[in-house]
Design a protein around this ligand. Structure first.
Ligand code: NAP
Ligand code: ZN
Length: 421
């Protein structure tokens, strides 16, 4: 008999399953999650050259009087995950919608799983991107929070049911009706498959838009919209934001490196646990970590036994987790945010004797996202980024797969696709 408890089955957990979240929502028919991949999408083109911006304008929607907006993005068409230019249209701006010209968009490891269909839920064509930083170009007549010209962000989701307990408590990120920004199903808008921020324009309900504080460099702020809130939210939820506490951060990638920065800004002791000895110097000198452990070095791991109050595990691939639990003090709290496709293995003995806690976290609610940005603005927290043009995106995705980025690729969308909206 196996002495291992499996953290999950053979498929990724619900919170990682993108459009499948909507599939399980009340009132959302199954067929929206099936192969109806381009519902609501106009004129898909195969790979073709970019149109000059002046040729893109508002286009008439099928419904009289409603104007959809022509959009240009880069989409994956199949599980090769290769992106190419893609013409589509954004829904007509409604009274409570904001139209945003996308300036920058980060590349999250989640985008990689989705476009390669590693989570089994891709609805091609998929325009990825949920770390969106842009400027408001137009607002509906009922919009109260934003006006044209303001710098705003959009993260992992663009809608939720608004009536469940999670929504009521400010945790829209745990609403079963959450509408993902990319590869989601927008039941409220005819069941259209949502398309993300690797595109020049996006239309979003104002309640799912956040304000970006003045002073933050826009390219470096973009990754905060997913990576930032995904680490900030559980730190707040589990008290891993208290000065003097000791936080472990596993995996120094897009999420991990901002976790180090938030941890230090909270006044914590922060130790990175990494498979990449080459990241040690930067982790300590540039990112401000107090210590750095190579997870594959049993001596280093043993020396840190029982020292941490909590750990954020941001690793994107299967990895042994028992040694990580051993790093925590009794009743320490482990939080998983990574979404490896292969189930992790948890021997009960890793958590039972020390009474250790284990939790998952999926991004954060709108309140947390705004609070995270305001905190980042106050403390000057941004991501370390490599800014690229859109035509480098396929190379960037290959490099991300190989753990060859320090620490987040950000696409200069406006500088690549011209202007519209
Ligand atoms: P990333 O930039 O690729 O970073 C992942 C890090 O994991 C790497 O830098 C590497 O750090 C470590 N790693 C990679 N392969 C490993 C292996 N085989 N064994 C041990 N460590 C390994 O990815 P990311 O964008 O930060 O995303 C991380 C994970 O979080 C992904 O699974 C992503 O889907 C998920 N995610 C979840 C949420 C959420 O809401 N829960 C939000 C965004 C992303 P070292 O070199 O330091 O070892
Ligand atoms: Zn993400």
């Amino acid at each position: 008999m196996s002495h291992h408890l499996h953290l999950r089955g053979s498929v990724p957990p619900l919170s990682f399953r993108g459009g499948l979240d909507a599939r399980f929502s009340p009132g959302v028919p199954w067929h929206f999650a099936s192969s109806s991949s381009n519902v609501g999408v106009a004129a898909a083109s195969s790979a073709r050259t970019l149109r000059p911006p002046q040729h893109r304008a508002k286009v008439m929607a099928k419904e009289a009087g409603e104007q959809e907006t022509a959009a240009l993005g880069w989409a994956a068409r199949d599980a090769s995950g290769v992106l190419s230019p893609f013409d589509f249209s954004r829904r007509a701006q409604k009274d409570d919608d904001v139209t945003i010209k996308v300036l920058y968009c980060g590349i999250c490891h989640t985008d990689l799983y989705i476009i390669k269909n590693e989570w089994g839920n891709a609805m091609y064509p998929v325009v990825p991107g949920h770390e969106i930083l842009g400027v408001v170009t137009d607002v509906g007549s009922g919009v109260t929070k934003f006006k044209a010209g303001e710098t705003v962000g959009v993260g992992y989701f663009v809608g939720s049911c608004r009536s469940c307990e999670s929504c009521g408590n400010g945790y829209e990120n745990y609403c079963y009706g959450m509408v993902l920004t990319s590869n989601g199903i927008d039941a409220e808008h005819g069941g259209a498959v949502t398309q993300g921020g690797f595109s020049d324009v996006i239309v979003v309900n104002e309640d799912y838009v956040v304000r970006v504080p003045d002073g933050l460099p826009l390219d470096k702020a973009a990754p905060l919209l997913c990576a930032g809130v995904t680490v900030y939210s559980p730190m707040m939820r589990f008290g891993l934001n208290a000065p003097g506490k000791h936080l472990g951060v596993v995996g120094l990638g897009g999420l991990g490196h901002v976790a180090v920065k938030f941890g230090k800004a909270f006044g914590m002791k922060v130790t990175v646990i990494s498979t990449s000895p080459g990241k040690r110097e930067e982790a300590i000198e540039k990112l401000g970590a107090d210590d750095f452990l190579v997870s594959r070095d049993p001596g280093q791991m043993q020396a840190a036994f029982g020292t941490m109050d909590g750990i954020l595990d941001t690793v994107s691939a299967w990895h042994p987790i028992s040694p990580l639990f051993a790093l925590m003090k009794p009743m320490g709290q482990m939080v998983f945010v990574g979404g490896p496709t292969k189930p992790l293995e948890l021997p009960a003995v890793a958590i039972v004797p020390g009474g250790k806690g284990i939790a998952g976290n999926c991004v954060g609610g709108m309140r947390d996202c705004q609070a995270m940005l305001d905190f980042a603005g106050k403390h000057g927290i941004t991501a370390e980024v490599e800014v690229i043009k859109m035509d480098y995106v396929n190379t960037a995705l290959e490099r991300l797969q190989k753990n060859d980025v320090r620490y987040r690729f950000v696409i200069d969308v406006a500088g690549s696709l011209g202007t519209t909206a």
